[in-house]
Design a protein around this ligand. Structure first.
Ligand SMILES: *Cc1c(COP(=O)(O)O)cnc(C)c1O
Length: 225
């Protein structure tokens, strides 16, 4: 079994001491590995691919809280809308309105994070500050009422880089945007309180810069093939 139990307990303890939520990222990992973490008491798991998520959702205990952390295509929302605990990667206004539409159909308010583009790489998805500003303005205005999504916070990925100061700067920027956005929003039913940033390679920096939810895969389950 490649599940690294000792490391898992050390990491869990560190995070729980700091009141940080851990999303255990299990993409490409078999259901048995998820079950061993489940049996150790863990409930929050993250997946990137809709089909893989559905297969695992069907096979595994129903009290697992599934996080969708990948790039979500709008035509696939309907497959996860009924059970997804949190969609981390809402990266366009179009996707947000489509999630809302699916929520309407099944009479469910779907919790979402808006994904911010903070890395240098062009390929990473997400809003820039100006686009976020526009979406928030619409959400707080009277014209666009999205009753079936709940914006719980922000998510972002830093550059894949050994340059710690670069990565730190990107996390710091996201934390600043998170705080500013929280101040702009009117009081919500569910608080705008989640800042999802940090993965195996950079979670320490993310925590130092104000993250309260980390998404960790390879550190827990070993490298992906
Ligand atoms: C795969 C992935 C992770 C986890 O990556 P590790 O380096 O294995 O910890 C976190 N967030 C997102 C969005 C991912 O795609």
């Amino acid at each position: 079994m490649s599940f690294l139990l000792n490391k898992y307990h050390d990491l869990l303890k560190e995070l729980s001491d700091k009141h940080i939520s851990l999303v255990a990222v299990t993409k490409t990992k078999p259901a048995e590995e998820i079950m061993s973490a489940y049996e150790a008491g863990h409930r929050d798991f993250g997946e990137n691919y809709v089909q893989e998520l559905i297969d695992k959702y069907q096979a595994l205990p129903k009290d697992i809280r599934w996080h969708f952390i990948g790039h979500l295509q709008s035509n696939k929302i309907k497959y996860i809308a009924s059970f997804i605990h949190l969609i981390h990667g809402v990266d366009s206004e179009h996707l947000l309105t489509q999630v809302n539409k699916q929520g309407e159909k099944i009479n469910r308010v779907i919790p979402c994070l808006l994904q911010m583009h903070i890395a240098e790489e062009e390929t990473k998805f997400g809003f820039d500050e100006e686009e976020l500003h526009q979406v928030i303005t619409k959400l707080t205005g009277k014209n666009l009422v999205l009753q079936n999504v709940s914006i719980r916070g922000l998510m972002g990925m830093a550059s894949f880089s050994d340059n710690q100061e670069l990565v730190r700067g990107e996390f710091r920027k996201l934390h600043r945007i998170f705080k500013e956005t929280g101040q702009r929003l009117p009081p919500l039913n569910d608080p705008f309180s989640i800042l999802s940033m940090g993965m195996s390679s950079d979670y320490q920096l993310a925590l130092e810069e104000g993250s309260n939810m980390v998404r960790i895969g390879s550190l827990l389950f070993g490298p992906r093939g």
